[in-house]
Design a protein around this ligand. Structure first.
Ligand code: SF4
Length: 328
């Protein structure tokens, strides 16, 4: 029995931060040991909401792959490729767009959500409405058994399964129905306690050097009710404590009781956290620095992944054309 096939992608929107790392990347690194993993740089998906400004897309791709590699993705264990280099994704997207009822696309929950959230952008485009067809093409191209997703992404995988069923019903069995592999992401707030997001300027980037990380930790918001060092604290409202849950698992209970009893001051507590974070993040930072010295290697990783992905995509498209009887 071969390994099960797993596929996931990320939009190249710039340097990744710790929220991205714990939200997806950490899990990807684990999965590469258990599954046959395909991880793609979703540059066409980035165009669905960012087609007006493509200035940074190339450098974002480069930065993101450096982040992937420094986080531990290994080209010997998984296939990393660039979506727009595998032109077959566009063909399958087009064919799915022929067989997908408009009502399926309009009812997709993120369609309405994003139309409201991104009001300032003009995203009422054909490409944006149809992006679930592109997503289905990405997944089904590799006949993935599973897609790692958070709860909010489950409807997308369901839509992909519906498209696979519809295709198979009309033209014969070509695609398996991929399962949603639910992953409980660790949620990390930004340094100001809000959601970690570049638009709030509250991120800690994977590319940040240890000293920058330390400085950012020292600015984190804590329990506002704590005025004096020995005031009893409320760790549940404190950003530093939320970070402790991830970076200081073995010492989190002690931190909690020290905080509640007023046995530790916030400055010391932050210093302790910064030291724990340095243990975990410094090796990653050092790998990043080494990778920056060899830009040609980053290109090689992508080119190699593209070749592997392209072979499978060509085979799948041959099956698809044959099943649809458009293989003349
Ligand atoms: S002692 Fe630590 S956990 Fe408690 S409020 Fe201060 S920084 Fe937060």
């Amino acid at each position: 029995m071969g390994k099960q096939i797993m596929l996931s992608g990320m939009r190249p929107t710039g340097a990744l931060h710790l929220g991205n790392y714990f939200g997806a990347l950490e899990n990807w690194v684990k999965l590469q040991n258990e599954y046959e993993c395909y991880y793609f740089i979703a540059d066409w998906h980035a165009l669905t909401t960012g087609y007006e400004d493509t200035q940074d897309i190339k450098s974002n791709i480069y930065d993101m792959v450096i982040d992937w590699l420094s986080a531990g993705l290994d080209p010997e264990k998984c296939t990393m490729f660039l979506q727009s280099s595998i032109i077959e994704h566009a063909e399958l997207h087009l064919l799915f767009s022929m067989i997908t009822p408009l009502s399926w696309l309009y009812r997709c929950p993120t369609y309405k959500d994003q139309m409201t959230q991104l009001k300032e952008k003009n995203i009422a485009s054909y490409g944006f409405l149809g992006y679930p067809c592109l997503q289905a093409a990405d997944i089904l191209m590799y006949k993935a058994d599973a897609v790692p997703v958070g709860e909010d992404q489950v409807p997308h995988v369901e839509l992909t399964r519906e498209m696979a069923r519809r295709f198979n019903y009309m033209y014969g069995d070509v695609f398996p129905e991929p399962a949603a592999k639910l992953t409980k992401a660790k949620v990390l707030p930004g340094t100001d306690g809000r959601k970690m997001s570049k638009s709030y300027d509250n991120t800690i980037a994977l590319a940040d050097d240890p000293e920058t990380v330390r400085k950012k930790v020292m600015t984190m918001v804590t329990d506002p009710a704590r005025i004096k060092k020995d005031d009893p604290g409320h760790p549940d409202v404190c950003t530093v404590f939320a970070f402790n849950k991830i970076f200081n698992e073995e010492g989190v209970e002690e931190t909690e009781s020290l905080c509640k009893s007023g046995g530790i001051g916030c400055v010391q507590c932050k210093k302790n956290l910064a030291a724990k974070m340095a243990i975990m993040l410094t090796p990653l930072y050092e790998r990043r620095q080494a990778l920056l010295q060899k830009p040609e290697y980053i290109r090689e990783v992508i080119e190699y992944g593209n070749e592997c992905a392209r072979k499978i995509a060509r085979k799948t498209m041959a099956d698809v054309r044959k099943a649809m009887k458009i293989d003349w």
